[in-house]
Design a protein around this ligand. Sequence first.
Ligand SMILES: Cc1ncc(COP(=O)(O)O)c(C=O)c1O
Length: 437
Amino acid sequence: MALTSHCRTEFYDLFIKRSITNSSCFLHSLFRRNFSTKLFAATMASSTQGKVPAVSSAPKCLLKPIDVPNKLLMGPGPSNCPPRVLAAGALPMLGHLHPEFTKIMDEVKEGIQYLFQTKNEWTFAISGTGHAAMEASVVNLLEPDDVILVCQNGIWGQRLADMVDRNGSTVKKLVRPYGEVFTLEEIEKGLQEHKPSVVFVTYGESSAGTAQPLEGLGDLCHKYNALLLVDSVAILGGRPLFMDAWNIDVLYSGSQKVIGAPPATSPISFSLKAREKIASRKTRIRSYYFDCNELANYWACDQGPRRYHHTGMVTSVYGLREGLARLAEEGLEKSWKDHKDCSELLYQGLEKLGLELLVKNKEIRNPCVTTIKVPPGINWKDVTDYAMKNYRVEIAGGLGDLAGKTWRIGIMGYNCRPENVQLVLRVLEEALESIKK
Ligand SMILES: Cc1ncc(COP(=O)(O)O)c(C=O)c1O
């Protein structure tokens, strides 16, 4: 509908007057004067002589309510969040430098220090998932002329090596099949042969289901002037880990496993030795976003004052705080014991079902992720589909070399309870029976 020139003049008078004073009042008066939305659009279009492109229609899917079913996540993560973590996500937004929020950041820092068992000043959470913490470790620790020795016994060594390569540094690898771990002797040989400045191991391999023994490894690396970088994404909180006592130089993890917070933030910590290496770099850190000098400042790990580096993940940090608080209240020893007990229960149940575990030696199993061999003649997906369709229970398939060959069952944090283990065993049994019929 075209507007008369009188009407148009009246509209603009009103628009200018009211938008200067109060735009909501203006909208209110628009409705009072019976201007329809269409009339408003027509006015805007004619005022710019038809230059405004037609607005495409709003996506119909967004005009319906969001649909999020309840599922029991017994895969390798994310795991279900405890109610207090979910509730934290709905708390009011704060500015990322407001004192109430920076206080929460300080609490998170202390929580990570507790979970890592470290006093390292440079301890904080990266804004991003576990991969972001991996990238951050690589870009901060390594310069182009650095060599890293990557111990690869699953996909995580492979991925980290890829990141190192993209960073222009040199990767040397020690490779073991999925399900096996490295001995100190093997790593020592690698140190002697390749003279790396950093050694990487995955403490809790989630593609293979192993737990790499770490005792003595930090000292060994230091003997050869190398730093020790450890991935604890899929095991932190589920098995003892002592960053300081074990002389680990850079340790990172993820929020969505035992901590039970949404996937968004990744704890990380740097030893003094790691900081010295970063401080003596000859080349600039190749990433602005992951520059740990900047991040350490934002997390008040230096003399300050805190500067704006990026907008912190405000509500995700609330969730991380609550996940850490749950573990602090419960105590690390209890969490380690619960994961051990529940994984034992799982192993016994799997054996009763006649299923074979990939990792033969119990001592080197990751209690948080169990890898089970798919028996011959069974399609792994039929089982995971059955569990999801009939019980809304997630059991995951294999990853990397083990894709199609294993199932992975996660026991993590809030989900680490005997009744969940019993349920997943029952579902597995029923699924296998239904497939055989
Ligand atoms: C051992 C390990 N490292 C790193 C990652 C990467 O974490 P994200 O998927 O949160 O980026 C994962 C994810 O499962 C993991 O299990």
